[in-house]
Design a protein around this ligand. Structure first.
Ligand code: FAD
Ligand code: UDP
Length: 372
């Protein structure tokens, strides 16, 4: 018999299962609806042997030494700094916007101070920065907002930036120097053998049983362990009693080309045209050498697997109603991007899971203690 059921084998579920099994010595049943582990970070080899990410590009980056130390028990790393170009006005220019972006787009040769002055001259005064439109126009003005952010955001979210919390576009900084990295975190690297291999090691423990292709909410009560960690959509857990929480989905198109390289960097964004938001060429990210290459196109959709919580006030209010129900659930712990309705990166989910485990461990007597 198992002490716990962990619903979902993504980052949230795998960290919780690993800690429960290793630290508390408890028996854990991990279930996932899908036929694989690693959740949205799942990677696999194509028929041609190219390692690719089934649910879009996943680049690991963090400022937390503790999270790196934790994950390093299960993987070695390949250093990788992500670079992204945006296809704007017929040119490929760095995003986040930097000195090169401004000089290329406007045919200028500004130094850092010049770029800062240029952006300041374009920036609009916004009394209170509330939305994803406010935060961009206050930093770089309306023209650059239109070129880089408005179209991309409308495509990605099916909403205007003015309808989204500032936190969404605030993920993308503006720079006046030449730094063209997408992230500036102190640690940026990819699991050397991929994410799925890392998850396999996390879940490889005699106390852990993994059951795939299984809906954790549909197990008969007699087969359900007494305690649960739930990492799926929070509204599904409560049968959508307060109505469905909105999530944004994507369709991925993976295409293999019979040539070693297609584009100069890992990802090219398309803020002005195309139905897809971006094309990622995964070999830049994994560092794999192969005579063929593989591209992933991302097409945003309203229907499909829930990938993104949609950060806006009415959704947060609805989430709060579900959160109140979750607080009253004595034997279930809610962890992860869908269960806590937060637009979290992988490292943030790992951090959240490790912190939740600490609280759980302090609050719930260990099975061995109960037995004694
Ligand atoms: P998930 O990975 O979604 O795992 C939840 C699992 O629960 C799923 O496998 C699901 O099948 C399962 N499940 C749900 N309900 C049930 C049920 N009833 N029964 C059984 N199983 C169930 N983060 C980064 O740090 N860097 C990136 O570059 C990055 N890129 C991303 C790109 C895309 C396109 C997307 C969508 C996300 C990206 N992320 C990135 C975010 C990253 O995917 C998440 O932070 C992380 O995967 C969340 O882990 P999780 O365990 O909370 O959720
Ligand atoms: N964004 C944009 N243009 C870009 C890149 C990002 O408008 O070229 C906005 C868009 O709203 C996007 C958000 O910034 O959803 C966050 O971008 P990020 O690349 O972090 O998205 P993710 O990788 O999570 O899909």
């Amino acid at each position: 018999m198992h002490d716990w059921i962990v619903v979902g084998a993504g980052f949230a579920g795998a960290v919780m299962a690993e800690r429960l099994a290793r630290v508390r010595g408890e028996k854990v049943l991990v279930v996932d609806k899908r036929d694989h582990i690693a959740g949205n970070a799942h990677d696999l080899h194509s028929a041609d042997g190219i390692l690719y990410h089934q649910y879009g590009p996943h680049i690991f980056h963090t400022n937390s030494d503790a999270i790196v130390t934790y994950l390093s028990q299960f993987t070695e790393w390949r250093p990788y700094e992500h670079r992204v170009l945006a296809s704007v006005d017929g040119m490929l220019v760095p995003i986040p916007i930097n000195r090169t972006t401004i000089n290329t787009l406007y045919g200028l040769n500004l130094d850092e101070a010049g770029v800062a002055a240029f952006l300041a001259s374009k920036a609009e005064t916004v009394e209170t920065i509330v939305t994803s439109e406010d935060v961009v126009v206050a930093a770089i003005g309306r023209e650059l907002y239109e070129k880089f952010f408005r179209g991309y955001t409308r495509k990605q979210w099916g909403l205007d930036p003015s309808e989204l919390n500032r936190s969404v576009t605030a993920r993308i900084p503006t720079r006046t120097n030449d730094d063209d990295r997408y992230f500036t975190d102190s640690f940026q690297a990819m699991p050397a053998q991929g994410y799925t291999a890392m998850f396999r090691r996390m879940l490889d423990h005699p106390n852990i049983t993994v059951m795939l292709g299984t809906d954790g909410l549909k197990l008969p009560a007699s087969e359900r362990p007494p305690r649960m960690v739930y990492t799926g959509p929070i509204d599904a857990y409560f049968d959508h009693v307060h109505g469905p929480l909105p999530y944004r989905s994507l369709q991925f198109r993976h295409e293999t080309l019979n040539q070693p390289q297609y584009q100069p960097v890992g990802t090219v964004n398309y803020p002005q045209d195309q139905d897809y938001t971006r094309i990622t060429e995964i070999k830049h990210i994994t560092g794999q050498q192969h005579p063929c290459t593989m591209l992933t196109y991302e097409y945003p959709t309203a229907e499909g697997d829930p990938y993104y919580p949609i950060p806006r006030p009415e959704n947060e209010a609805l989430f709060k109603q579900y959160e109140a129900l979750a607080r009253a659930e004595a034997d279930t712990w809610f962890v992860g991007r869908l269960a806590t309705y937060r637009y979290y990166n992988m490292d943030q989910v790992v951090g959240q899971a490790l912190a939740t485990f600490q609280r759980l461990d302090a609050a719930v007597p260990r099975t061995s203690q109960i037995a004694a």
